[in-house]
Write a protein that binds this ligand. Structure first.
Ligand SMILES: NC(=O)c1ccc[n+]([C@@H]2O[C@H](COP(=O)([O-])OP(=O)(O)OC[C@H]3O[C@@H](n4cnc5c(N)ncnc54)[C@H](OP(=O)(O)O)[C@@H]3O)[C@@H](O)[C@H]2O)c1
Length: 254
């Protein structure tokens, strides 16, 4: 019995991945992880038999240990690991609280790495591991610094990991969409900072996840999804950082 493990399954991108993976018929079960249990239960009922939920705060050691214990007990065969749990908060170093500064690092970086290393031993040949990057991985972003830096870490980490696990038949994809219409912005925008004035093009979650599913099927290491993010990737290679940083800063609300 092969399963999919999805973090951040209670909303947005993780939620949509669960629905898309269910359609492939490649898994017999799911482990759905997030903090909001009732949302996970609703999704598990939609997915049907074989979907289990684990309420866990992955920014806390206890949440990580809960996943480790589940794995040790069940010893599953894992066909997909989708590490979608993550968050960002707009603002400069005076505007983002210390709790969120560390929280983003703990969830976006620490939990991503720990979960990956914990699950890889259970992954079967032909399986896919998806790490959540972002369009922000390509350029340092004043006013979104901690988030962009955590995602830049994931971007590099995932690409190197892809080579480390390739001989085991595991394909790693780092997914770097631009803005996607989800609940992400409910947490990212605060009274202190709201991020850029224009967040366009804004992708639908359906479109974004279908891009990532195709990229995983093709064994692509980087999925940049749309033309806008592909341009950001290209410009980051040919332009000095000060140019995209100046464009980004011009879009920030005063
Ligand atoms: N939306 C965008 O524009 C965009 C663009 C590029 C990349 N991303 C990345 O895509 C991923 C998914 O984001 P989204 O857009 O789908 O946002 P979302 O709708 O807010 O989903 C975030 C998910 O992460 C979970 N989560 C948050 N904190 C957690 C914690 N401490 N422990 C466990 N789970 C936690 C949330 O569940 P609970 O609250 O129930 O715990 C939720 O399921 C994130 O890594 C984000 O950085 C988003």
């Amino acid at each position: 019995m092969a399963i999919a493990i999805i973090t951040g399954a209670s909303s947005g991108i993780g939620y949509r991945f669960a629905q898309e993976i269910a359609k492939t018929g490649e898994v017999d079960g799911f482990l759905l992880i997030a903090r909001r249990r009732e949302r996970l239960v609703a999704l598990s009922e939609e997915l049907g038999r074989g979907a289990e939920v684990l309420e866990a705060d992955l920014a806390q050691p206890s949440g990580i240990e809960a996943v480790r214990a589940w794995l040790a007990e069940r010893k599953p065969q894992v066909r997909y690991l989708i590490n979608a749990a993550g968050y960002g908060v707009f603002g400069d170093y005076t505007q983002v609280s210390e709790q969120d500064t560390i929280g983003m690092i703990d969830l976006n970086v620490k939990a991503t790495v720990l979960l990956s290393h914990m699950v890889i031993p259970y992954m079967i040949a032909g399986s896919n591991l998806l790490e959540m990057g972002s369009g922000s991985v390509f350029t340092p972003l004043p006013g979104f610094n901690i988030y962009a830096s955590t995602k830049a870490f994931v971007y590099h980490y995932a690409q190197a990991l892809a080579y480390e696990v390739r001989d085991r038949g595991i394909r790693v994809t780092v997914f770097c969409p631009g803005w996607v219409k989800t609940e992400f912005f409910d947490r990212a925008e605060t009274e202190k900072a709201e991020g850029p004035r224009v967040k366009k093009p804004m992708l639908t979650v359906e479109y974004a996840v279908s891009c990532a599913m195709r990229a995983m099927k093709r064994g692509k290491i980087l999925c940049a999804c749309n033309w806008y993010t592909k341009m950001q990737h290209l410009f980051s290679k040919i332009l000095p950082n000060c140019i995209p940083i100046a464009i980004w800063r011009s879009m920030l609300k005063k």
